[in-house]
Design a protein around this ligand. Structure first.
Ligand code: PLP
Length: 400
C-alpha cells in the first residue's frame, strides 16, 4: 500500500479531528522515523515532547517487553510490584513526597484540579462549591470538557458547552493580574512554565518566581503543567527550576514513558495529595505495572543519558545558530533548551507551508497556531544532526 492508500482509508474510517502532514510513518529509531515508502525523516516534534528519549529506545523497549510478559494490568483493586518502585524513584528524583499515577496528560490535569479543589475545601476552608482556580490566556492543558472550560482557544470550546464553572482566566506573564484575581475562594494558580501550544511563549525572567510568591502569601496552591516542558525539554529536569521555585503540585506526562505507553502523574506533598481517601478518585489503568515498568526505565534513561544537560547545551548551540538566520519571513526566534519556536511574520503565508516544504527535505516539524514552527527534536539528538537540520531550515526559508 502507498502513502495515498493509507491516507484514504484513514480519511474514510477515522474521525477528522486532526490535520496531520501527509506522511505515513511505520518505524522509528532514535531521532529518525521512516515512512511506508522507505523515506527517512528527522523527527523535530518528538510527539509533542513525548519521545524526548528518542523513538523505540532499546532500554525502554526491553523494560516494556519484559514487563508485558510478566503482568500488564492488575487494577488498583490489588497491588502490583512496579507501582511502589516507580512512586519511590519518581519522588526521589523530583524531591516530591508523593505521586498519583494516571494515563494521559489530561487525566493528570483533571487530577490536579480535583486535588486543588479538595485541598481548598478540606484544608484551606473554602465554602462548599465556591473554589476558584486561576488559569492563563492561551493555555493548553488538554481536551476534556472541564479543561476546555478554561481554554481561550475558540475552536477548542466551540460546540462543547455547557462548561465547568470555577475557573478565572488572566493574561499570561502578568503578576498584577494574578494578584488582583485572587480572593478568599482561590485555591490554585495553574500555569505552564513555557506556553508550548501557544507558540513557545516564554514569560519574563522572574515571572514564575513572583507568581509563586504571590500564591504563597495568599495561601493559594501554585500548580505547574510540566507535561510538555518537563523531563528535560527546556534544559532542566523541570522548567520551573530555571526560577529556583518548588511548586506545590507538578503535573507530568508525555516523556514520562518515553513515548512507549501513556503514563502521567501528579507530584505533590504529603499534606496536599493526602487529601485523597480510598474511593475519592481512580483509574483502571492508572498505575498499571506495564506503565510503571516503562516509566521507571524512561526516567533512568533521562538521568543516565543526561538529557536535561544535553537539552541545555544543544539548545543554546541551536538557538545561537538560528539567530544567524537572516531571513525576511522571520519575526522572532525564541527558545529554552531544545524547545524552540520560529515565529514567522503574518505575511509569510503561515507556518504550515514551511512545514510541508521541510517534510520534503526530510525534516518533520509541525506548525503551532498560524505562524510558529516548533522545533523540538528528541533530546538524544547529536550536534551533527542539528547542523543537518539547520541546513534544511535555512534552505526552505530561503526558497519559499
Ligand atoms: C499534551 C499536553 C497536555 C495533554 O496531554 P494529553 O496526554 O494529550 O492528554 C496537557 N498539558 C500540556 C502542556 C501538554 O503539552
Amino acid at each position: 500500500m502507498t502513502t495515498q492508500d493509507y491516507i484514504q482509508i484513514e480519511e474514510k474510517y477515522g474521525a477528522h479531528n486532526y490535520h496531520p502532514l501527509d506522511v505515513v510513518l511505520t518505524r522509528g529509531q532514535g531521532v529518525w522515523v521512516y515512512d511506508v515508502e522507505g523515506k527517512k525523516y528527522l523527527d523535530f516534534l518528538s510527539a509533542y515532547s513525548a519521545v524526548n528519549q528518542g523513538h523505540c529506545h532499546p532500554r525502554i523497549l526491553k523494560a516494556l517487553k519484559e514487563q508485558a510478559e510478566r503482568i500488564t494490568l492488575t487494577s488498583r483493586a490489588f497491588r502490583n510490584d512496579q507501582l511502589p518502585l516507580l512512586a519511590k524513584e519518581l519522588c526521589e528524583l523530583t524531591n516530591y513526597a508523593m505521586m498519583l499515577p494516571m494515563n494521559s496528560g489530561a487525566e493528570a490535569v483533571e487530577t490536579a484540579i480535583k486535588t486543588a479543589r479538595k485541598w481548598g475545601y478540606k484544608i484551606k476552608g473554602v465554602e462548599e462549591d465556591k473554589a476558584e482556580i486561576i488559569t492563563c490566556e492561551n493555555n493548553f492543558h488538554g481536551r476534556t470538557t472541564t479543561i476546555v472550560s478554561f481554554s481561550t482557544e475558540k475552536q477548542y470550546r466551540d460546540g462543547f458547552g455547557p462548561f465547568t464553572p470555577g475557573f478565572v482566566i488572566i493574561p499570561y506573564n502578568d503578576v498584577n493580574a494574578l494578584e488582583q484575581a485572587i480572593n478568599k475562594n482561590t485555591v490554585a494558580f495553574f500555569v505552564e512554565p513555557v506556553q508550548g501550544e501557544a507558540g513557545i511563549i516564554i514569560p519574563d525572567e522572574g515571572y514564575l518566581k513572583k507568581a509563586y510568591e504571590i500564591c504563597k502569601t495568599n495561601n493559594v496552591l501554585f500548580i505547574v503543567d510540566e507535561i510538555q516542558t518537563g523531563l528535560g525539554r527546556t534544559g532542566k529536569l523541570f522548567a520551573y527550576e530555571h526560577e529556583g521555585i518548588k511548586p506545590d503540585i507538578v503535573v507530568i506526562g508525555k516523556a514520562l514513558s518515553g513515548g512507549c505507553y501513556p503514563v502521567s502523574a501528579v507530584l505533590s506533598s504529603r499534606e496536599i495529595l493526602g487529601v485523597f481517601k480510598p474511593g475519592d478518585h481512580g483509574s483502571t489503568f492508572g498505575g498499571n505495572p506495564l506503565a510503571c515498568a516503562v516509566a521507571r526505565e524512561a526516567l533512568k534513561v533521562i538521568v543516565d543519558e543526561k538529557l536535561p544537560e544535553r537539552s541545555a547545551e544543544l539548545g543554546e548551540y541551536f538557538l545561537n545558530k538560528l539567530q544567524n538566520l537572516n531571513n525576511n519571513h522571520i519575526k522572532e526566534i525564541r527558545g529554552k533548551g531544545l524547545f524552540i519556536g520560529i515565529e514567522l511574520k503574518p505575511e509569510a503565508g503561515g507556518a504550515r507551508r514551511f512545514c510541508e516544504a521541510l517534510k520534503e527535505e526530510g525534516l518533520l516539524c509541525k506548525e503551532t497556531h498560524e505562524n510558529v514552527i516548533r522545533l523540538a527534536p528528541p533530546l538524544i539528538i547529536t550536534k551533527e544532526e542539528i547542523d543537518w537540520a539547520y541546513e534544511k531550515i535555512e534552505k526552505v526559508m530561503n526558497e519559499l
